[in-house]
Design a protein around this ligand. Structure first.
Ligand code: CP3
Length: 317
């Protein structure tokens, strides 16, 4: 169903999955998390596979997204990765040191192995992912002035991140990922010129290199959906800033979204009504995927997620 929608040929109800569906709002995740560090969870294939499958088992979503992180490519560039409040690397990447960091592509292997384990356990399509190079860079580089001071040098670093991102996606695909999503979450921070150079250009390179359907996500994607569609992805994952039916008039590829994650904090009746309204708005659309406009928030009530998913699954054409 997901794969058909990504080809623009879905004839049944739309598929549903949620960004950040494998995470902190799940009690079974929290229980496992008490026993392991985040680094163990991301880099032990059995654990990553187990977390990936949790939302499938609990809600019956139509796609799995690999439990990993956009910063999981850091070890492949010779960086040590730890998680505190968020991801932290040692050493910080600088304009001076990045060319001398040792390449360790074998560090991507646990991620590929997690993909293989998941594929052995479910028939539901598995979405692999990477971060947009600029977004990943915001977590690896401490010096916020680098881009302004040395735009060309920064551009070369972004090219390097682009290469490693492609290597990571290719390994995920070889291991069985059916589609991939690029999370360029922070691209909205860039000026127009920077956006073109450090977001659109690397995204285009990744999309061209990848032989599977690619979904592109960023904050503010609804406002830029037409521009993102030109990069040639299978779908754009949009927020709630523009109605789906309005986007559909100008965007002819896959559209994924666009419920506000805060809706999941409303009473279940309203979750159902809002979901129903979106389904009606996009009824019969062969290239529509139900999702949130950004990730599931920590503390989201389980019954709201359950209501959203079951409302979509009860949608008969
Ligand atoms: O969608 C999924 O369920 C798959 C797993 C996934 C994670 N991170 C697991 C994770 C995905 C797709 C991501 C992407 C990611 N990681 C993004 C882009 C998406 C977005 O939300 O904008 C970004 C910016 C990151 C970087 C990152 N990783 C941050 C800022 C943090 C800490 C705060 C936060 O948002 O969770 C992480 C850690 C992280 N990655 C957790 C999870 C489940 C939290 C783990 C925990 O605290 O137990």
């Amino acid at each position: 169903m997901l794969l058909e929608a990504l080809e623009g040929m879905n004839r049944g109800r739309p598929p549903v999955w949620l960004m950040r569906q494998a995470g902190r709002y799940l009690p079974e995740y929290q229980a496992l998390r008490k026993k392991h560090t985040l680094r163990e969870m991301f880099f032990t294939p059995e654990l990553a596979a187990k977390v990936t499958l949790m939302p499938l088992e609990r809600f019956g979503v139509d796609a799995a997204i690999l439990f990993s992180d956009i910063t999981a490519i850091a070890p492949a560039m010779g960086l040590q990765l730890e998680f505190q409040e968020g991801p932290v690397v040692k050493p910080w990447v600088t304009a001076e040191n990045w060319r001398f960091l040792p390449e360790r592509l074998e560090a991507l292997e646990p991620i590929a192995e997690a993909v293989r384990l998941v594929k052995g356990k479910t028939k539901v399509p598995l979405i692999g992912f990477c971060g947009g190079p600029f977004t990943v860079s915001t977590y690896l580089v401490e010096d916020g002035q680098w881009m302004e001071r040395d735009p060309d040098g920064f551009g070369e670093w972004i090219d390097r991140l682009t290469e490693v991102s492609i290597a990571s996606l290719q390994r995920q695909i070889e291991a069985g990922a059916d589609a991939v999503q690029i999370f360029d979450s922070w691209a909205n921070l860039l000026s127009e010129e920077q956006f073109e150079r450090y977001s659109l250009r690397p995204l285009k390179k990744i999309i061209e290199a990848i032989k599977r359907p690619v979904i592109v996500f960023m904050r503010g994607a609804a406002m830029r959906a037409e521009e993102l569609a030109k990069l040639g992805p299978a779908a754009v994952s949009v927020d709630w800033e523009r109605p789906m039916s309005v986007l559909r008039k100008t965007v002819k590829i896959g559209l994924q979204g666009n419920l506000n994650p805060d809706v999941l904090f409303f009473p279940v009746k309203e979750v159902r009504a809002t979901t129903r309204a979106l389904l009606e708005e996009m009824k019969g659309d062969p290239a529509f995927i139900v999702n949130l406009g950004h990730g599931v928030k920590p503390g989201t009530p389980l019954e709201a997620v359950e209501a959203l998913v079951s409302e979509v699954k009860s949608d008969l054409l």
